[in-house]
Design a protein around this ligand. Sequence first.
Ligand code: CMC
Length: 391
Amino acid sequence: ADVFTFDPGFTSTGSCESAITFIDGDKGELLYRGYPIDQLAEKSHYLEVCYLLLYGELPTVAQMEDFEGRVTKHTMLHEQMKNFYSGFRRDAHPMAVVCGVVGAMSAFYHDSTDINDPWQREVATIRLIAKLPTIVAWAFKYANGQPMVYPRNDLSYAENFLHMCFAVPAETYEVSPILSKAMDRIFTLHADHEQNASTSTVRLAGSSGANPFACIAAGVACLWGPAHGGANQACLEMLREIGSVDKVGEAVARAKDKNDPFRLMGFGHRVYKNFDPRAKVMKESCDEVLGLLGIEDNETLKVAKELERIALEDEYFIEKKLYPNVDFYSGIILEAMGFPTSMFTPIFALSRTVGWISQWKEMVEESSRIGRPRQLYTGPTARDYTDVAAR
Ligand code: CMC
């Protein structure tokens, strides 16, 4: 008989070797290529972090200029892709649209789908990082019934994304430096997270030799679930549903009740059992942004603060090592920026694209075997087919 380890949920399976991201869950440590996440969030910026994740080292000035130039050159989507959008219902969830459009990139850009050609792999990588903001912003515009706004290559990555989301033809739109800094930080904090569900999905899809656009579409699909990237939307919806500070105790009691499936969204993590270092930075960013925007009095924020306070003092949450994760705070910032909850997970997808493609690239360059988990079969033993008349 075959011998293998039974590990549902892969809690103790290392699926690959990787030199990209390091997590120490007990210490609450997250490093991108050795650099602590808090230093990167404070001193670096998203495109520099993309370079670091992709190529392993921080860029020199010349390398950064070259990289930024290449990304900027690819921000436009093929004009024909607009027709692709109009095939979707207006009220479709933007994640559904993003998943479809990213998958469709392999139909529009086949000159970068040969995974055995290093140059094509590089072009696909740059195209994905450059076009995801456009794809996500256009999903937002389409849902709003507004004309798509073309990328502006004189703006930074974060500024350009905000511009494509919030500019409307009849009005002048100036990107606020507070918001673009917060946006850049959200992108940076979500850029990679080693072998999480969506990244493992991208690697598994890629292990069959599928093209990078198809693999990233698989990652988008996996990210959508509320236990993963969908938690930021679910968290804000939960805060709104709780509604007022006096209802927080009730929600915490429900989360502790074994017979109630309700969970506190934005709490807990498979790997971080001490604290989520991304949440620490995001919380600071959240306080800063709301302060600068002058909206500390927001009811959702009050509920969030009270929930955080009660849960952090509660035996159940202490014993199970459940802390607010990155999505607990990111949703609050995104709401303050003016995004509807349906846009939260697409923004996570756009931020994580660099992590997915870095991991895909690493895997392809190291020519791994196809990923093929085994199972414990629990069905019937072999039996003879019965004719329909005899059933
Ligand atoms: N609220 C209440 N109880 C919880 C929660 C929660 N948010 N999370 C875990 N628990 C309990 C759970 O009931 C279980 O209790 P018991 O041991 O008595 O059965 C125990 O804690 C361990 O939970 P688990 O489901 O075995 O842990 P996991 O590692 O499989 O799941 C998780 C991790 C993140 C899916 C889970 O904590 C969760 O569902 N959290 C809410 C969703 C969320 O915020 N997800 C975003 C994760 S961070 C962003 C990302 O990387 O995508």
